[in-house]
Design a protein around this ligand. Sequence first.
Ligand SMILES: O=P(O)(O)OC[C@H]1O[C@H](OP(=O)(O)OP(=O)(O)O)[C@H](O)[C@@H]1O
Ligand SMILES: Nc1nc2[nH]cnc2c(=O)[nH]1
Length: 184
Amino acid sequence: MKTDGKLGDVLFTSAQIRSRVQELGAHITRDYAGKELTLIGVLKGGAMFAADLARAVRLPVSLEWIRLSTYADGAVAGEVRRKGVDLDADLCGRHVLLVEDLIDSGLTLAWLRDHLAAFGPASVESCVLMRMHKEDRIENRPVPRYVGFEVPSATWVAGYGIDYADRHRNLPDIHEYQLPAIAA
Ligand SMILES: O=P(O)(O)OC[C@H]1O[C@H](OP(=O)(O)OP(=O)(O)O)[C@H](O)[C@@H]1O
Ligand SMILES: Nc1nc2[nH]cnc2c(=O)[nH]1
């Protein structure tokens, strides 16, 4: 039986997030000046971050969205499931920057990187707000070009677009989340 988990302390306040997003936006603006840049926000978790980051990038970017999911209801890592990939954008010759709330196993970003190669982009990089540390080396875990915050591996998070069981996405801060105990 699965019991409810618990929302824990604030890990990153909305002010910290805002300030880091501005820094990331400034880096991206510098790095992609003069290039055709398409930002692709990964739904649902990346929605808030992508919307804020897009406004922090001072370039005429295209903004697209893609929806994927790796976890069914709670926190069990599984295979990347496509919940509809509505991406008829012309990415040919464009520099693509995937915008994700977090990288954990890296399955999602690896799948996207491979999937988008078929669209003929000039480059595919990623910007993640949080990189979850892993004690175990994950083979071929993608290396994001931009990382907002490094987070210890044991930490599960919720808020600022990120859910537990589809709740808490609306919280302005990012909280630690104590996962539910699994009882037999
Ligand atoms: O690096 P990974 O282990 O692949 O995990 C990262 C992905 O997992 C979460 O999404 P989730 O599958 O929970 O879907 P959601 O964004 O719709 O909440 C998160 O938003 C990332 O997209
Ligand atoms: N650590 C961690 N926290 C999450 N909160 C929501 N999704 C995730 C995830 O993939 N990893």
